[in-house]
Write a protein that binds this ligand. Structure first.
Ligand code: IPM
Ligand code: MG
Length: 371
């Protein structure tokens, strides 16, 4: 554990589209907590994604990857945009993010989906189905079909083309993320739902077997299994049945977007991508909003900064051991929502404020000492 006076080294990667706007607003909140915690931040800033393609021809340079590896945490905005859509897959903006996830070995992606009572009416579902919703999706992030080899497009002897990806997991890759889910469930409602396609896929049956074996070490946590297609349906039908969902990289990608809409807006959802705790007691981590770069609204002051601000809250909790500060930030966000402050995405057509006015409101609520 670093001494309290040592600066916390935060690498900021704003990325593309609305990324820079939501990151700049979040840095005002970082600054506020530097004062409140009396902990200096050493902030470095670099480019990633489309911005990096334009400047260096690649979505993540070796240099930015090395800086990320040596930082205490990375705060990431968003990447992507139409401009780079015709690039080959390994040179698209998204590949920069995937490189960081892989090289930092950030295997556990925590995506909370919380429905704030004031926003229950903004949900895609009836308010009574989502009021009080508090799900945590833990998505495996460094293996599975996103990274499996071989992958490619081949030309068959008869001239037809064939594309393929590989879904593959080692037992260690499954075990460590499932274990993380059980450990976190102990801090919550002690329920883990492991999601797979054990009825169709080898990796699914394998995943289920390992989850069951790990579950034996946690007799105090209830373990259930669900097929991924059924899970998608249950999320729409009765989402409050879930506490912690743990699943593979691709199912986690899809189910977390579905869960996001239960809460009313993607603009509110933070995420943390965590590695293992190293021998020095530190863990690598990257914090990013679940939403994308939304190029259509970039530069207009319309973006909701709360997902990125709450991602920094997860950084306070998981990388800085500052749970009280994280509670305070979450309470400030709740207060702002309760006061009716809305960016366009959650205003349901009503009056709305700009990206920076939303941050102003959060900073005011922080000053107010809401807890
Ligand atoms: C996410 C995104 C990414 C993913 C993209 C941007 C590569 O959709 O973080 O959910 O597919 O993992
Ligand atoms: Mg996604």
């Amino acid at each position: 554990m670093a001494a309290a006076s040592e600066p916390f080294r935060l690498l900021v990667l704003p990325g593309d589209g609305i990324g820079p706007e939501v990151i700049d607003e979040t840095l005002r909140v970082v600054d506020w907590f530097a004062g409140w915690l009396n902990r200096p931040f050493a902030i470095s800033r670099d480019i990633i994604g489309g911005a990096s393609i334009d400047a260096h021809g690649v979505p993540a340079t070796d240099a930015v990857t090395a800086t990320a590896l040596s930082a205490d945490a990375v705060l990431f905005g968003a990447v992507g945009g139409e401009k780079w859509d015709s690039q080959p897959i390994h040179l698209r903006p998204e590949a920069g993010l995937l490189r960081l996830r892989k090289e930092l070995d950030l295997f556990a992606n925590l995506r909370p989906a919380i429905c704030y009572p004031e926003l229950a009416s903004a949900s895609a579902l009836r308010p009574e189905l989502v009021e009080g919703l508090d799900i945590l999706i833990i998505r495996e992030l460094t293996a599975g079909v996103y990274f499996g080899e071989p992958r490619g497009v081949e030309v068959l002897p008869d001239g037809r083309r064939r594309a393929y990806d590989t879904q593959a997991y080692t037992s260690e890759e499954v075990e460590r993320v499932v274990r993380a889910a059980f450990d976190i469930a102990r801090l919550r409602q002690r329920k883990v739902c492991s999601v797979d396609k054990a009825n169709v896929m080898e990796t699914g049956a394998f995943w289920r077997g390992i989850a069951t074996a790990v579950g034996a070490d946690y007799p105090d946590v209830e373990l259930t299994h669900m097929y991924a297609d059924n899970c998608a349906m249950q999320l729409m039908r009765r989402p409050k049945q879930f506490d912690v969902i743990v699943t593979d990289n691709l199912f986690g990608d899809i189910l977390s977007d579905a869960a996001a809409m239960l809460t009313g807006s993607l603009g509110l959802l933070p995420s943390a991508s965590l590695g293992a705790i190293g021998p020095d007691g530190r863990r690598k981590a990257l914090y990013e909003p679940v939403h994308g770069s939304a190029p259509d609204i970039a530069g207009k002051g319309l973006a909701n900064p709360l997902a990125t601000i709450l991602s920094f809250g997860m950084c306070l909790r998981y990388s800085m051991d500052a749970g009280e500060a994280a509670d305070r930030l979450e309470a400030a966000v709740r207060r702002v929502l309760a006061d009716g402050v809305r960016t366009a995405d959650i205003a349901a057509g009503g009056p709305h404020v700009s990206t920076s006015a939303m941050t102003d409101a959060v900073l005011r609520a922080l000053e107010h000492d809401p807890i």
